[in-house]
Design a protein around this ligand. Sequence first.
Ligand SMILES: Cc1ncc(COP(=O)(O)O)c(C=O)c1O
Length: 195
Amino acid sequence: MSIKTIKTIHDQIVIPFHKAYITDDEISEVVDSIKSGWLTMGPKTVRFEEEFGQYIGAKHSIAVNSCTAALHLALKAINLQKDEEVIIPTMTFTATGEVVCYFKAKPILVDVDKETHNIDPSKIERAITSKTRAIIPVHFAGQPCDMDGIMQLAKSYELRVIEDAAHSLPAWYKSQRSEVRSQRSEVRSQKKKRY
Ligand SMILES: Cc1ncc(COP(=O)(O)O)c(C=O)c1O
């Protein structure tokens, strides 16, 4: 970019990367929380968990401070071990892979589809080894991944699927909310040989 172009950009209105949609109701809730003295857990967190669970149609909902923390907890829940492998897409935020490293496990990058920027299920299979434990698909920019293809592979190889829904609230895949897919890959039949 030339100096002339940069100057032109600074003299002109810059299109923002993103504009948060925050209503007066939300601002009132924040002010109310601060005034209440409950800055971490408290009745509003419980209410949020209940209402959020209802909103996405999930039986249970746990509030955490970030998507990174949610991914970390999900990997803890599957008891990820050192040196195990987790398949993630090449196109994502660093946190998707970083959380895998918290366990001294290995993020394995699989290329994305050039149209959707979502992990390409046709390229996942060749990345599966005897150490693979899970796949973390990312619904990039709110566009759901090909979950049928991913779940099929996960079922065949007994892999866990943890969806990174940081961009997809809300998003639908075949009329199902992308954030609430259940862990269907636990089915233990049709196990394929891994190398
Ligand atoms: C795909 C994806 N996953 C995870 C994260 C981490 O989210 P947080 O900043 O809430 O920890 C981000 C943040 O941008 C993201 O884009």
